[in-house]
Design a binder for this molecule. Structure first.
Ligand code: EPU
Length: 435
């Protein structure tokens, strides 16, 4: 096993200084394999804190956020390492009998998903000290629902010197109604409730496939959860949790990256390992725009033979169109035939990358949480900057369809969520390299 989990964009070297250089114009053809879901793997890693022992998590993507979560687990006393002998990317987490329930600022400020250690730390130790999260550049991302929900289970909170100090010597089951189906709040509550005394109901829970994946690992660990994948989760708490092994579900957002890229370049691809049932709404939307797309035995097959037609898109909690797909769709609409109105219903400020797309010749007007995208025949390559993971990927997608060279700076954002995006697109016939 290798001790070090490297900060990686797939090349094995640090990605902070990298730029992604795309020469547009090539069509995509062939098969690309999708990795494990970032937004599942990070939560599964947090869940290991609930019980002592050795966990083998297969299909974990080798991305920066996994490195950061590994560092966070190490800060609590866990040992974390890749199993180099395993057939697929497997992370081994060794959780000691006693953990230190602290998430230090130096790690937390680098990625927001770190807040999901709050629930498991509280449940295991009766206390937690977690730095207030930083995160992406798309508007305020409060954690009031996490805190309110955990308070319903008996936790008490204080914020001092940038840290949340939580204590709950005895978590008690309760009924929690979330005012919005927040992914992170659902996960934190779930991981606290599995060890709370008695029954907890989470109403208006988020239904994302990554939450069902978390329920599956927790159930293997001995948790008693009903309603997985639905908006009403009923949990009977138990002290008897134990370690378990698990395989991470495929990353639907990575899969969406290749499918929307195909919409811009044209061609025919198979996204091996992708789950059509996890991204039905996106596939339907791409079909509406003129792509042929269907599940096959190995994943999702798609064909784009002509310029796509515009369509309106609105983001919604799962099973609606994911907010994470939206930057890709905006890039796609930028060269589609007609006008598309895109409405963001999840995050208030998630349109920053639009200024970058405009630099490439896109005709996009934004007004609060709406964007009006008038498709142009062709974008023109330009130097642009990635502000977050998905915005960076959207600029790469735009670059694939643009005339000339696009240089995406601050590519470390992309490496937070993608393993070797450049290599995978190159294998499909695109001209993409790291600089
Ligand atoms: N919200 C609150 N209060 C809370 C929690 C959330 O007001 O206590 C608001 C947020 O500000 C936002 C909305 O509720 O407006 C939804 O937030 P949610 O909690 O569902 O999002 P999250 O858990 O912070 C996860 C993903 C995001 C993805 C969103 C929405 C992870 C690590 N992150 O974030 O993924 O966009 O759900 O589906 O799972 C990404 O992968 O690049 C990414 C940003």
């Amino acid at each position: 096993m290798s001790e070090k989990v490297p900060t990686s964009d797939g090349s094995g070297s640090r990605a902070d200084d990298h730029r992604i250089v795309i020469s547009g114009g090539a069509s995509l053809d062939g098969t690309v394999r999708v990795g494990g879901a970032k937004n599942s793997a990070l939560k599964l890693m947090a869940a290991t804190l609930l019980a002592e022992g050795t966990y083998r998590l297969a299909n974990v993507p080798r991305i920066t956020d996994v490195t950061l979560m590994s560092d966070l687990l190490r800060a609590t006393g866990c040992r974390v390492a890749w199993d180099d002998r395993a057939d697929e990317s497997t992370l081994v987490v060794d959780v000691p009998a006693v953990i230190e329930p602290v998430a230090p600022y130096e790690i937390v400020e680098q990625f927001r998903a770190s807040i999901v250690v709050l629930g498991p730390m509280l449940a295991r130790c009766g206390e937690a000290r977690v730095a207030l999260p930083g995160g992406d550049d798309f508007g305020p991302r409060p954690i009031d629902m996490h805190v309110r929900g955990l308070a319903e289970l008996g936790a008490e909170f204080e914020t001092r010197h940038g840290y949340i100090h939580a204590s709950a010597p005895n978590l008690l089951g309760a009924t929690v109604l979330l005012e919005f189906p927040s992914v992170g709040a659902t996960e934190n509550l779930l991981m606290a409730a599995v060890r709370a005394k008695g029954e907890t109901t989470i109403d208006n829970a988020a239904r994302e496939p990554e939450i069902a994946d978390l329920c599956e690992l927790l159930s293997k660990m001995g948790a008693n959860i009903e309603g997985s994948g639905s908006s009403a989760l009923v949990i009977q708490g138990t002290e008897e949790l134990h370690h378990a092994d698990h395989r991470v579900i495929p990353d639907r957002i990575e899969a969406a990256t290749y499918l929307t890229a195909l919409g811009i370049t044209g061609g025919e691809i198979t996204v091996e390992g992708a789950r059509h049932d996890h991204m039905f709404m996106l596939c339907q939307k791409l079909g509406e725009m003129g792509m042929r797309i269907s599940p096959d035995s190995s994943g999702i097959w798609a064909f784009a033979g002509r310029r796509l037609s515009s369509s309106d898109c609105s983001t919604l909690p799962y099973p609606g169109l994911a907010t994470d797909f939206k930057p890709f769709l905006v890039a796609l609409l930028a060269t589609a035939d007609g006008v598309g109105i895109v409405t963001e219903n999840i995050f208030s400020g998630r349109f920053h990358y639009v200024d970058e797309l405009r630099r490439m010749g896109a005709d996009i007007r934004t007004d609060s949480h709406h964007a009006v995208v008038r498709g142009v025949e062709r974008l023109s390559g330009a130097p642009v900057k990635a502000h977050d993971i998905r915005a960076g990927a959207a600029l790469v997608i735009a670059g694939l369809g643009a005339e000339g060279e696009t240089v995406v700076a601050e590519a470390h954002h992309v490496a937070r969520g993608y393993h070797d995006l450049a290599g995978k697109l190159t294998a499909l016939g695109a001209d993409v390299r790291l600089d």
